[in-house]
Design a protein around this ligand. Structure first.
Ligand SMILES: Nc1ncnc2c1ncn2[C@@H]1O[C@H](COP(=O)(O)OP(=O)(O)OP(=O)(O)O)[C@@H](O)[C@H]1O
Ligand SMILES: [Mg+2]
Length: 255
């Protein structure tokens, strides 16, 4: 299996929380190795996974800028950075974490975005599952940071503005003809059924709603104290709902 899952959605909808819970569920199902990619420059996936990132892709790029002689003359810049990325992966129980980080220098993000995409194209195949937590908004879609994706989860809150954003995301996915196997909605902090009006707004995305993740006070508490989602009890409603979501994704997966 080589399942690449990316999360998209507007700010604060729960992308990082759900990405971390997806990793937890995949690990519990003994799917390994897993690559978790924190593609948000304001990264915090590591905290939610209880890991420490010492060196991001952005930091590696800056090191090379500050000290171009760090790279042996015989290898290309990209090759050197790739080696450094390999060394900087944070490893834990069958899961490797790669954090993109920020880029402080004068180049635009294109450089590290391109690097990330190339790198994922190369090493992504070595993993049974890749989970990519993206920054908020639509930028990463237009930059095609994720490369080929089997499943894109559009994380929404059950509100009218949530539905409008989901519609915009799907318009962009279609306009850009992104290489995505399948897109699904995931409703976060959502209890019970959507009202008929709201359901009709979400239907405009043309997507199936694959999961309703309940609001879970423990998640908010853990966030405040910086604890990992891996410490949440197994009977936490959000943990169980994301585990059901993973079961559905695996059932449908053909990769
Ligand atoms: N199911 C849930 N129950 C309770 N709180 C939640 C739930 N999902 C997310 N939260 C809380 O909502 C806030 C935003 O979550 P998170 O950081 O995962 O969103 P995000 O989409 O990654 O945000 P950003 O766009 O800033 O990256 C956090 O405080 C998190 O603890
Ligand atoms: Mg986030």
């Amino acid at each position: 299996m080589n399942l690449r899952i990316a999360l998209a959605g507007k700010g604060g909808t729960g992308k990082t929380t759900i990405a971390a819970l997806l990793c937890r569920s995949l690990q519990a199902r003994k799917i390994k190795p897993i690559l978790a990619v924190d593609a948000d420059p304001n990264s915090c996936l590591a905290d939610k996974l209880g890991l420490n990132v010492e060196r991001t892709v952005g930091a590696i790029r800056e090191e090379l800028r500050a000290n171009p002689n760090a790279k042996p003359a015989a290898i290309s810049k990209n090759e050197w950075i790739e080696r450094q990325i390999n060394e900087s992966l944070v490893e834990a129980q069958g899961l490797d974490l790669l954090a993109m980080g920020r880029q402080e220098g004068p180049d635009c993000y294109c450089f590290i975005n391109n690097l990330l995409r190339e790198y994922l194209g190369k090493i992504g195949r070595q993993y049974q599952a890749v989970v990519i937590d993206n920054e908020a908004g639509l930028e990463h879609l237009s930059r095609r940071t994720d490369g080929r994706v089997d499943i894109m989860l559009v994380i929404c809150q059950p509100t009218l503005s949530g539905a409008k954003t989901a519609v915009r995301i799907m318009e962009l996915v279609r306009t850009l003809q992104l290489d995505i196997g399948g897109c699904h909605l995931v409703m976060n902090q959502c209890e019970g059924r959507l009202s008929a009006d709201l359901a009709a707004q979400f239907e405009r995305t043309g997507l199936e709603n694959l999961a309703m993740i309940p609001a879970d006070p423990a998640i908010a508490d853990y966030d405040v104290s910086g604890r990992s989602v891996n410490d949440l009890p197994a009977n936490s409603p959000a943990v169980a709902a994301v585990d059901d979501l993973v079961a559905k994704l695996l059932e449908r997966s053909t990769v």
